[in-house]
Design a protein around this ligand. Structure first.
Ligand SMILES: Nc1ncnc2c1ncn2[C@@H]1O[C@H](COP(=O)(O)OP(=O)(O)OP(=O)(O)O)[C@@H](O)[C@H]1O
Ligand SMILES: [Mg+2]
Length: 415
């Protein structure tokens, strides 16, 4: 058991130790490139350390949250027989046993059978392990105590030297940082895999959902068009026929004309509803932009608002994405028409970060969003935020009284 000091080493030792330290760091960091899994990294790390200190076996003992030190299986040169002999060892910051002192007090342990100065305690350690010599050093990352790195059965005739022990000490320090990095990396890749699973589940959900919404709106649109609107048209024709057979000053005819005008308005409102629920042009290439332009033109005709449309989508997005984009823009434009008293509106759509970014800006009255986004029975703003969220993106509304409103959103494109 010893701890070499620099001033105890021969004259050119400072230079040599620097070189050795660099060697250790190079070897440890080389292990980082080995395989993606923590297991293959560990095997390569222990093999590299064995090579460095000339050992037949190298094992890292990990400190658990229960303060037990356990050998990590899969180490270099270690078979099942050896592992079964390695029972977990308790260790404590104030412990006086060798293990605790290596872990918590930075003790460097070195022992060999036949060493004349060997204590019975060191001998017991070698007996339990059934090795002829051993060195061990703390394995740590900064102040965090991760456990112990140990090398057994030197391949050199004279056993492990104090220089080997010193190199193992540096190894323990370097391996701590590298281990934490590798662990973080493997946790990250597990998280990435999980996120990808969540993402594909979400995309499936969106597809199913939009298919369900699609089917329901198709049925609604078909019934409204084929039944309700046909009957309405028939009623209008019959009324027109009735009115035509009456004298111009007949009071009943004046009443019928008024009803006809009213029915025309109802028909127009229903056709608008039909267009909103299921814009047929959405299914054709470039149909989204056409639908937006038509909607802006209608807005101009009804409310005198000047509309600007900047749609830059080099590729046609899938139907479910177009449907989300359309609903977002439609909702934002309805709000502008109903509440904003705007004179200008701009709709923008562009490809950004593997998805589509959209913005609907108006120069209207503006409002305090936090006061209006949870109004009971008013769902527009809520939906503007949640719809893109469901599609795996985000949505936000920014507004200030007197400064207009901007509704922004982003939805990812399926990979
Ligand atoms: N572009 C806008 N300019 C000014 N005020 C707006 C604008 N958009 C929304 N608001 C305000 O926010 C409120 C909430 O909007 P929201 O869309 O949630 O509900 P709504 O339009 O009133 O009803 P609906 O549930 O039918 O959409 C509106 O009542 C209006 O006061
Ligand atoms: Mg609304």
């Amino acid at each position: 058991m010893d701890r070499p000091e620099f001033d105890m080493l021969p004259s050119n030792q400072a230079e040599r130790s620097e070189q050795l330290a660099v060697d250790v760091l190079r070897v440890i960091s080389a292990s980082l490139g080995a395989g993606a899994s923590l297991e293959s990294f560990y095997r390569s790390l222990t093999a590299n350390v064995a090579d460095l200190v000339g050992a037949s076996k190298v094992v890292f003992w990990q400190l658990g949250s229960d303060r037990m030190l356990r050998a990590i299986p899969g180490a270099y040169g270690v078979d099942d027989d050896f592992v079964t002999r390695l029972y977990p060892a308790p260790c404590y910051p104030e412990g006086t046993d060798i293990t605790s002192q290596v872990v918590y007090r930075d003790l460097i342990f070195r022992a060999a059978l036949g060493d004349p100065g060997q204590s019975p305690r060191d001998r017991r350690v070698l007996d339990v392990l059934q090795v002829s010599n051993a060195i061990s050093a703390p394995w740590r990352a900064g102040d965090a105590r991760l456990g112990v790195v140990a090398a057994y059965d030197s391949i050199n005739r004279d056993g492990f030297t104090s220089e080997d022990a010193w190199m193992l000490e540096i190894t323990g320090l370097a391996a701590g940082l590298v281990w934490q990095l590798k662990q973080a990396e493997s946790q990250l890749s597990e998280t990435v895999v999980r996120l990808e699973q969540v993402d594909s589940a979400r995309q499936l959900l969106l597809r199913n959902l939009s298919t369900a919404v699609d089917r329901a709106s198709k049925r609604f649109a078909a019934e409204l068009h084929d039944d309700g609107l046909q009957k309405l048209t028939a009623a209008e024709i019959r009324l027109a026929g009735l009115a035509a057979s009456m004298a111009a000053d007949d009071r009943t005819k004046i009443g019928i004309d008024e009803i006809s005008a009213l029915l025309e308005q109802v028909e127009e409102a229903l056709r608008n509803l039909l267009e909103n629920v299921r814009p047929p042009s959405l299914e054709t290439p470039g149909g989204l932009e056409t639908t937006i332009r038509q909607r802006l033109a209608a807005l101009g005709a009804h409310s005198g608002i000047t509309g600007e449309c900047a749609v830059e989508l080099p590729e046609e997005p899938p139907y479910e994405i177009k449907s989300v984009l359309h609903r977002q823009i439609s909702e934002a434009l309805t709000n502008i028409e109903r509440h904003a008293q705007a004179t200008r509106v701009r709709v923008e759509l562009k490809v950004e970060n593997d998805g589509i970014y959209g913005a609907v800006t108006d120069n209207g009255t503006g409002f305090i969003v936090s006061e209006r986004d949870r109004l009971p029975g008013h769902l527009g703003l809520l939906a503007l935020g949640e719809r893109p969220l469901l599609a795996g993106g985000w949505g936000k509304i920014r507004s200030e009284p007197g400064a207009g409103t901007i509704v922004e959103f982003w939805v990812p494109l399926p990979k």
